[in-house]
Design a protein around this ligand. Structure first.
Ligand code: FE
Ligand code: CA
Length: 528
């Protein structure tokens, strides 16, 4: 046994692992600032060893688990919410599980293949079959699970400690019906340090027939309860390229609207007719999100009327990432108009309206006020660059930050000068400058990632209009894809990958353009 392997093994045995059920309160992965109110636990200060699970250096015997009739690992494996010394391993067992649960073994192995840690967790109907186990790590590993005589697929993961550079992929909006996941295949091939998923992991619409831009169909009606949302996640997670991407590295996951319902705001559904029962529906959607997400967060508390998921991780001193929730606490959109260049709808400038809610705004301000990181990044849902129509102040999209101008001003007031905002939602690739809409004195840079597979929702012929804004560096409205970010002390490089043909899972994926921010400049150059 090498000294390194021995040290890793010692760390695991001494510190142990922490099952999700041992955690209390939502989790701020990083502990450098005040967390959300329900005092998340941290992993940088390891929790004391618990009596379970058993942690040994060898796999535990198979006899602890009864045989299952069918493979329970159809949803694959994933990992997430890493910090400098630990990561969450995830799977969710499908099929009939014994009422009192079943023992699931987990096992991590070093790059050389030596098993350096393992344990057993009891998993049953009480968590919907979901397993989230926090494992302390000092090096990249492979991991897998075993239950009922079946082995899961293998995943790869690593902690994110002091790194000289970090490579992260941003992705969002993967409508199952409107495309295949060649982009996820390309993410897995890139083998990044992190995937940051910015929302719209599922879409809630009922199944549509194939054809008219749809290459495959959802299974069943629009989900309205827990069983419905679980089925929808199962449809998505059956995709081999999505499974490969989730197994390639740790993910940081936030949600947008479609994990519940299109354009919902707080407890206000899209259609007023759906208001009765929407709170219960939202709670079921949030529960299903937790069950299928590799996160350190605890399950939603049924006794609580909210579920805080905003949280942070720091990659050493290089990069501080703040992940926001722009759906659960937002005020309702003031109107539903789109691409309207006339004067804005009444109420647009009401300072009491919020995108993040007061507590999350204060948390973000505290992050900004106390950062010592070289780069600061906000991963969030909707476009933040000021795209109001010159002259009239017309708001083209009331669902974006333009529909919440006073809240945007408050949220960015204390932002550090090197801010980079990572955005999804709008199904186009774009690069924008924050601050003054003339683009003359930018205070930060926004990288909007294309959708993985969701169809464009801004007419492609508006490309020259959008690209003509002085604070828009560039935009591409017709292609699906994702973005590769490489962050070093001196530069932030964003390589936009686009899928040639989203109707083919085997489609080539190539680079549209690569943009570079030199640290401290808040300006963008195109790499040639
Ligand atoms: Fe979307
Ligand atoms: Ca969205």
């Amino acid at each position: 046994m090498s000294r390194r392997t021995f040290l890793s093994l010692s760390a695991i045995v001494i510190v142990g692992c922490r099952s999700q059920s041992d955690e209390s309160g939502p989790t701020d992965v990083n502990n450098s600032t005040s967390p959300p109110t329900n005092a998340p636990s941290t992993a940088t200060t390891p929790a004391p060893p618990t009596s379970d699970p058993v942690v040994t250096s060898e796999p535990t015997v198979d006899s602890v688990a009864p045989a299952l009739a069918v493979d329970p690992f159809t949803l694959g494996v994933a990992s997430g919410d890493p910090d400098g010394s630990s990561v969450v391993l995830w799977t969710r067992l499908t099929g009939e599980l014994p009422a009192d649960g079943i023992d699931v073994e987990w096992e991590v192995a070093s790059a050389g293949g030596s098993v350096i840690g393992s344990g057993v967790e009891r998993v049953g109907p009480s968590t919907g079959g979901a397993l989230h186990v926090v494992v302390d790590l000092t090096e990249p590993v492979t991991f897998r699970f075993r239950a009922g005589g079946f082995d899961s697929p293998e995943g790869r993961t690593a902690p994110v400690g002091e790194l000289e550079s970090v490579r992260l992929a941003t992705a969002s909006c993967q409508h199952f019906e409107t495309g295949f996941y060649a982009a996820h295949r390309d993410i897995a091939e890139w083998d990044p340090d992190l995937v940051v998923f910015l929302g719209d992991f599922i879409y809630e619409g009922a199944a549509n027939p194939i054809g008219d831009g749809r290459v495959r169909s959802h299974d069943g009606p629009e989900p309205m309860d827990l069983a419905g949302y679980r089925d929808r996640y199962a449809t998505y997670l059956a995709d081999e390229h999505l499974q490969a991407s989730r197994a390639a590295c740790p993910w940081l996951v936030i949600w947008d609207d479609h994990e519940v319902e299109n354009n919902y705001a707080g407890l206000v559904p899209q259609d007023a007719a759906d208001a009765a029962g929407f709170a219960a529906r939202r709670a079921m959607a949030y529960q299903a999100w937790w069950e299928h997400t590799p996160t350190r967060l605890p399950a939603p508390d049924p006794a609580s009327d909210d579920y805080p998921i905003y949280r942070s991780i720091d990659v050493g001193d290089l990069l501080a990432i703040s992940m926001l929730d722009g759906r659960q606490y937002r005020s309702d959109q003031v109107c539903d108009a789109t691409l309207d260049v006339g004067p804005p709808c009444p109420g647009w400038d009401d300072p009491t309206r919020s995108m993040l809610g007061a507590e999350q705004e204060a948390w973000l301000a505290d992050r900004f006020g106390s950062t010592t990181s070289r780069w600061n990044c906000v991963a969030q849902q909707t476009v933040m660059t000021d795209l109001r129509f010159a002259g009239t102040g017309g708001i083209l999209n009331y669902d974006q930050w333009d529909g919440y101008v006073p809240a945007r001003d408050r949220s960015l007031a204390g932002a550090p000068a090197d801010l980079v905002v990572l955005t999804g939602d709008i199904h186009l690739a774009g690069v924008g400058l924050l601050g003054d809409p003339t683009g003359a004195s930018p205070t930060g840079v926004e990288f909007v990632t294309a959708s993985i597979s969701s169809a464009g929702n801004v007419p492609a012929d508006l490309q020259p209009v959008l690209a003509g804004y002085p604070n828009v560096v560039d935009a591409e409205l017709t292609k699906r894809g994702y973005t590769r970010h490489t962050v070093t002390a001196d530069t932030w490089t964003a390589e936009y990958r686009t899928v040639d043909d989203v109707t083919s899972a085997d489609s080539p994926v190539s680079t549209w353009k690569t943009f570079v921010v030199d640290h401290g400049t808040a300006t963008v150059t195109v790499q040639t």
